[in-house]
Write a protein that binds this ligand. Structure first.
Ligand SMILES: Cc1cc2nc3c(=O)[nH]c(=O)nc-3n(C[C@H](O)[C@H](O)[C@H](O)COP(=O)(O)OP(=O)(O)OC[C@H]3O[C@@H](n4cnc5c(N)ncnc54)[C@H](O)[C@@H]3O)c2cc1C
Length: 383
């Protein structure tokens, strides 16, 4: 079956669906092809903290993330917070003298930098922390800050809502549609093969997450200088609904290993930690259980009486794999060898997805170069 579109998008995670939505809003016919179901990849297994707070190494990237967060707020204002799964009233970062993370000094320096970049923070002493998070046992000398702009998201809910809107705009989102290859006319890529479909379009956007490297190598018909996107697995635990609202914010703890928690929509909590990601990110069932149990027990270091034991058997454990570009920054733009093929990958895809979608659609549909994307071109890797 042969079909035509103005733009083909490969990948139905938050990035691909955001691109499809923005393209359809610009009045072009878009076909999105997703191998499984939308939001079933990394987007469905993400901590989904919407923030610019963690991005303080690079002011340009910080500003991009802030716009990302603001775009979520705009969509929530249009469609309703519940409909898009937006929640939260900020993130809390705290420590105390002698803590495993080295104490509050680094955090306070980060707060100062964020303030200097006009990303507000509220400094908190032990009493202030306790007022915001009454169930956390803050040791004497605890200090920290609240980043009140930050939010968190039920990402699949946002993606499903965007898909509904895309279809209403005339866009076509197909699930169970695996892209197996590309159609060429000489050296130019003119379409994709997704049996039983052959679909032709002048523009093809690859948003395949961790599959991006392999997909783009196929489009270039060369494995040389593959896009450096490394798979970075992460393990998260969602408890069942709990009797008590143990947390009110996204909270980062001073365990020296990036332990973090946030509430969930159904009244439970979601937990993760950088060291557990590194140790227990295999898909082996024992490894999942060990990782989940370790996370739940770590919660009791900070939240006395947290029901770790009873949740260990019942909690839902998920593994997600971040598409991690080599330098940690997004990769966004057309490939030099095949400019009809446009690539998008980022490890902060939940925060950035809808805003990147807008920028990408303007470039692909209107041919309007977006200066904001210049630092993130694939050409920095010799593409
Ligand atoms: C544990 C963890 C915590 C995270 N925390 C945060 C956070 O707090 N904040 C944040 O902003 N980000 C966070 N991230 C990162 C974020 O989740 C990802 O950056 C984002 O989900 C990437 O979205 P995507 O659309 O690029 O990829 P995906 O959601 O993986 O979507 C890609 C899709 O492409 C499809 N696909 C691939 N190949 C083909 C093909 N050949 N044909 C058709 N379809 C194909 C796949 O099936 C998949 O559905 C986290 C990630 C993890 C794992």
């Amino acid at each position: 079956m042969s079909e035509r579109a103005d733009v083909i998008v490969v990948g139905g995670g938050i990035v691909g669906v955001s691109v499809a939505y923005a393209v359809s809003r610009l009045g072009r016919r878009v076909i999105l092809l997703e191998e499984r179901t939308i939001a079933s990849g990394t987007t469905g297994a993400s901590f989904s903290w919407l923030n610019a707070t963690a991005k303080t190494d690079n002011q340009h990237y910080h500003a991009l993330n802030r716009r990302g967060l603001e775009r979520h707020l705009e969509l929530a204002a249009e469609w309703g917070e519940d409909a898009v799964g937006l929640a939260g009233t900020g993130s809390i970062h705290w420590s105390y003298p002698g803590a495993a993370d080295g104490g509050p000094a680094a955090l306070l320096a980060r707060a100062e930098k964020l303030d200097a970049w006009a990303y507000p923070t509220v400094l908190l002493d032990r009493r202030g922390l306790g007022a915001l998070e009454p169930y956390i046992d803050f040791p004497h000398g605890s200090q920290g800050f609240l980043a009140p702009l930050d939010r968190w998201l039920d990402a699949p809910r946002m993606v499903r809502r965007m898909a509904v809107e895309t279809r209403e705009e005339g866009g076509d989102i197909r699930e169970g549609a695996l892209v197996t290859g590309f159609a060429f006319d000489g050296n130019a890529v003119v379409g994709v093969e997704a049996p039983p479909y052959s679909i032709f379009a002048p523009q093809i956007v690859l948003a395949g997450g961790t599959a991006l490297s392999a997909l783009s190598a196929r489009a270039r018909r060369s494995l040389a200088r593959a896009l450096p996107v490394r798979p970075s697995p992460g393990l998260l635990v969602d408890t069942l609904p709990l009797e008590r609202a143990w947390l009110r914010h996204v909270v980062y703890f001073p365990d020296g290993a990036g332990f973090h928690m946030r509430p969930t929509f159904d009244g439970g909590v979601c937990l993760g930690a950088d060291d557990i990601d590194a140790q227990h990110a295999g898909r082996h069932e024992d490894s999942l259980l060990t990782g989940a149990t370790a996370l739940l027990h770590r919660a009791t270091d900070f939240l006395p009486d947290f029901p770790a034991l009873e949740q260990a058997a019942a909690a839902h454990t998920r593994i997600g794999v971040r598409p991690m570009p080599e330098d940690g920054l997004p990769i966004v733009g057309p490939l030099s060898a095949v400019p009809q093929v446009y690539v998008v990958a980022t490890h902060s895809g939940i925060t950035l997805g809808p805003y990147l979608g807008d920028l990408v659609a303007r470039e692909v549909v209107l041919g309007a170069q977006q200066a904001e994307l210049e630092p993130y071109r694939p050409q920095r890797f010799g593409q």
